[in-house]
Design a protein. Structure first.
Length: 290
């Protein structure tokens, strides 16, 4: 079976960079095994499969080349941008159904925003912290002062760690086997490592993301990790901004510059929900055969 799969780059910075995802429409025509084979053939970190839903406007399923995952931020942004470009999303307010339930989507011109839930935090003990530092090849002195690494979940769990500057973030040489082991133990998608020092002036953080547990050593844009980082800035670092701009992919090799906007909804001083979004653009189409 041959299939043409559009490749859509999500969270582009201007008109370039971003994180590519495959988008497959009419996914109700494929079995779960076929979806996994398609994702493997597309050879990207995630592919989104779109089918009808009785609970939302669209049903989305996300597959890496090796497994299905509950959510994927950049593939969601890629999908809804592509659906709008195809004239399939007439309203700014829309929604997706995932295996974890319904999430709201908001379209604002070229921007697509996805809903995430209020954050949950889990602190690490000293043994876990030592293993974290070993997996990144760093020691405590490179942490941003007065911060501690923390597991943050706004739909998926990420280990969020603040380092003192962007050069330190850029110079990390990860031990992917150990990161994968720690991620499995703590139920993480991966690590989100950041600095408040950014490549582009006026942004709030510059980040790298490592997810070898899911076959993704490093990713250039991660919407489901940007939400936890924005919450960490607000709740743990007391940076009380309701709109956070995060750049990612600038510090990886080779660079693929991306930018993610996160809007926090605050009620009685607490984050009740958040929306993470950005722009997307079709980069190519791939003909695959399974």
């Amino acid at each position: 079976m041959k299939l043409e799969v559009p490749i859509v780059n999500a969270f582009v910075d201007g008109t370039t960079g971003g994180n590519p995802a495959g988008v497959v429409l009419n996914a109700q025509n494929y079995s779960r095994d076929e979806k996994l084979k398609i994702s493997s053939a597309v050879r990207l970190s995630e592919t989104a499969f779109v089918s009808p839903s009785s609970a939302a406007d669209f049903k989305l399923e996300f597959f890496t080349p090796t497994m299905q995952i509950a959510h994927c931020g950049h593939a969601t942004i890629a999908t809804f941008s592509y659906l709008r470009q195809q004239g399939l999303v007439p309203n700014d307010q829309t929604s997706k159904e995932t295996i974890d339930g319904r999430r709201e989507i908001y379209m604002d011109g070229e921007m697509a925003y996805m809903e995430q839930i209020s954050p949950k935090y889990d602190e690490l003990d000293e043994i876990a912290l030592d293993r974290l530092f070993k997996s990144l090849g760093i020691d405590r002195k490179v942490l941003l002062p007065k911060t501690q690494p923390c597991v943050v979940n706004t739909g998926n769990s990420f280990l969020v760690t603040a380092l003192k500057n962007k050069d330190t973030v850029s110079s990390i040489i990860p031990d992917f086997d150990l990161i994968s082991e720690i991620s499995e133990e703590f139920g993480l998608i991966g690590y989100y490592i950041f600095s408040l020092e950014t490549v582009t002036f006026g942004r709030d953080a510059s980040a790298r993301m490592f997810a070898p547990r899911y076959g993704i050593n490093e990713e250039s844009a991660t919407g489901m990790a940007a939400g936890p980082l924005a919450c960490y800035l607000h709740d743990k670092m007391r940076i009380e901004k309701e709109k956070v701009t995060i750049e990612q992919g600038h510090l990886m090799s080779p660079p693929s510059p991306s930018v993610i906007i996160v809007t926090l909804h605050i009620e009685d001083g607490s984050i009740s929900r958040l929306m993470a979004g950005g722009k997307a653009a079709v980069s190519e189409s791939r003909i695959i055969e399974i």
